[in-house]
Design a protein around this ligand. Structure first.
Ligand SMILES: Cc1cc2nc3c(=O)[nH]c(=O)nc-3n(C[C@H](O)[C@H](O)[C@H](O)COP(=O)(O)OP(=O)(O)OC[C@H]3O[C@@H](n4cnc5c(N)ncnc54)[C@H](O)[C@@H]3O)c2cc1C
Length: 240
């Protein structure tokens, strides 16, 4: 049996509801006791069905790849979604089946001077995984992150991101809200509206894009077709 087909049984050790539509699962490996992956990879959650084969859904791992006895996943609720309904019915303590790891969107090494992360919704997961996994190895890079969500109520992971920024010498992070309240003083619009801030024509930069396919398409169009940036500097994972 190929390792990708092997079933990994994981216990739901903790459930953290960050917003009304973002849920984090902390999963602990039971059998086998280790799950080895590389930052940037995803797993397939096997959603059990009353009849027939399980339904498979992909989720990017949101935790440090040096931790082998489990991982964390971030889920965005999709109305009437098969996996979403299953995950939002969990109470903790259940055993879930996963296959993987899959994916080849890795952190590029040696890294460039500047790293720009652009994500939306739960697309944050892949980028948090890179940062947690690489922060000791590369604490001095110029890290920039824009995190796109709809409203103030959709913002999450502020504490975790603040903790990360304490450990990195030059990490700047901002939310971009597409539909904020009138009194919002931060960035308004879509992450792709703010690309020019990164000075990437002068500073050697690698871009990592994750989440909404429309955002990824728009950023690639600007960088590759308009600005002529080399494709090998842009790494993306679309969730839809
Ligand atoms: C490589 C990869 C990694 C991924 N990582 C993550 C992750 O870390 N976290 C995460 O939350 N999701 C992630 N996704 C998306 C995830 O795999 C599912 O598609 C998503 O959770 C919806 O599954 P579902 O079974 O609940 O909905 P489904 O039953 O598949 O869909 C229900 C309805 O919602 C629509 N729909 C499906 N997906 C979306 C979506 N993302 N946004 C809006 N509408 C949608 C469908 O068109 C359908 O009409 C990833 C996808 C890929 C390809």
């Amino acid at each position: 049996m190929s390792s990708a087909r092997k079933i990994y049984q994981m216990t739901v050790e903790q459930i953290i509801d960050h917003t009304s539509s973002v849920r984090e699962l902390v999963l602990k490996a039971i059998e086998p006791a280790e799950f080895v992956f590389k930052a940037g990879q995803f797993v397939m959650l096997n959603v059990p069905q009353t009849e027939g084969k399980p339904v498979l859904r992909a989720y990017s791992i949101a935790s440090d790849d040096r931790i082998k006895n489990g991982f964390r996943l971030l889920f965005k609720f999709v109305d009437n979604g098969i996996a979403s309904t299953f995950v939002w019915n969990l109470k903790g303590g259940e055993t879930l089946n996963f296959t993987g790891p899959f994916g080849k969107v890795f952190f590029q090494e040696p890294p460039t001077e500047q790293i720009v992360f652009l994500n939306t919704g739960t697309g944050l997961s892949q980028h948090i995984c890179y940062l947690l996994s690489k922060k000791e190895q590369y604490p001095n890079l110029r890290y920039r992150m824009l995190f796109g969500v709809r409203t103030e109520k959709d913002m999450y992971y502020q504490k975790e991101i603040a903790a990360l920024s304490q450990e990195l010498q030059d990490f700047k992070f901002e939310f971009v809200l597409s539909r904020p309240q009138e009194n919002w003083t931060g960035k308004k619009g879509y992450v792709q509206d703010f690309l020019q801030e990164f000075n990437y024509k002068e500073i050697p930069t690698t871009f990592y894009l994750c989440g909404n396919g429309g955002m990824i398409k728009a950023v690639k169009h600007q960088l590759i077709e308009i600005d002529g940036i080399d494709k090998t500097r842009i790494w993306s994972e679309a969730f839809d």
